[in-house]
Ligand binder design. Sequence first.
Ligand code: ADP
Ligand code: 5SP
Length: 462
Amino acid sequence: MALTLGIDSSTQSTKALLVDADSGEVVEARTASHPAGTEVDPRAWLSAVDEATDGLLDRADAMAVAGQQHGMVALDASGTPVRDALLWNDTRSAGAAVELIEEMGGPQACADAIGSVLVASFTSTKLRWLRDHEPDHAAAVATVLLPHDYVSWHLAAEGTDPFTDRGDASGTGYFDARHDAWRHDLLEQALGHAAQTPRIVAPGTVAAHTASGTPIGGGTGDNMGAALGMALEPGDVLVSVGTSGVASAVSSVPVADGTGVVTGFADASGGYLPMVTTMNAAGILDLQARWLGVDHDGLADLALQSAPGAGGVTLLPYYGGERTPNRPDAVGTWTGLTPATTRADLARAAYESLLCSLADAVDRLVAATGETPRRVLMVGGATKSAALRELAPAVLGCPVVLPPPGEYVALGAARQAAWALAGTATPPAWPAAETTVLEADPTPHVREAYGDLRERTTTWTD
Ligand SMILES: Nc1ncnc2c1ncn2[C@@H]1O[C@H](COP(=O)(O)OP(=O)(O)O)[C@@H](O)[C@H]1O
Ligand SMILES: O=C(CO)[C@@H](O)[C@H](O)COP(=O)(O)O
């Protein structure tokens, strides 16, 4: 039995799955945590991948790494990070994004050039911030990698040149997603001088080998990995509730949304992955549980004791700034608090705000792609919450298809590795997992209250 190792180096942790390459069945699963924060020494991810794959690596016949998108891993000529990596959820480069969009000829020109309108998440904006705020670090940059590239490179035999794929490259801001080509001019424009980019590996091919000769696939961004792991089909909308909240869909045509709401990423199979991303997702619940002094199960129990609408309490959960809508300096806003407000209402409002924000993301994706969803699927760490599962169909206003609990990004990486191992034209067709369909009566008034607050705060969040 051939085994492949799929790795997800995501924001909060590394997840590793050893998988049967023929059936897609998970043989063993491991995790190792990452440091918190929006700037992180990328070498911490190497220690985490070593820990999570110890004892799995030597059993794998092939492997691939998916990872959090966009993070700036800036290396000097010796391959050493010039500073901590700036992650996708670090908003300090919001001004740089505005500046670069202007230099590129405005939002639509930017979307036409790279598939997306830049926001602070994109790597190029971080390079511009580095140029302007840490010129010595900027001057030392010889190569720029994404998180998954850096981890793949660590696993490859010494002397291997860094590599990436079109999916993750399409989140840099200096890759033309439509034509599958680096835009070295845009990298140079952002950073102030030229730097090396990793080589692009074609979907389903072997990129390199480990020191012991095990093939490594090109890897990809975590959201492209999830699309592979879920074997998404046209008409499916995948909602992921991890550190970020994401609504994505596969498409055979490139997207160039000049409003900037939908990012027109490439995917890991040769198509495209139009996507809407929020910065505040599972963390809303983490924070709320901490504030109420309960664990996740306790928060879910409390939330389910309240009623739809949380006793009139509404939360706009843009705690760390937000990306959809693009309000990088926003803060969280609570309204409707009265002497009658209970702890249960506060817990409920947190779940409802998370789901309203995801519902906004789904609506914007559907509006931009013009495709009525056939199914809405939900994955990610926060789906472990009974309250999230119960409230999701009510707030989203449609049935929600829940696959069995699992690490679908890492599974997608394992599928990509199996594809590279097989050398076939398409990824292996692993049997679809049994799903549960969550249903509930819609609660549109919850979204209306949220929408009102979102619009009322457009001018006073900064
Ligand atoms: N039972 C639960 N209820 C709510 N949130 C949960 C639960 N279990 C895990 N989470 C949250 O899920 C998040 C991790 O999800 P994950 O999809 O692994 O994130 P990422 O891939 O961004 O690192 C954490 O914020 C964690 O607290
Ligand atoms: O920035 C984006 C997508 O554009 C995020 O989705 C990151 O890719 C991080 O993902 P998670 O760690 O939340 O899964």
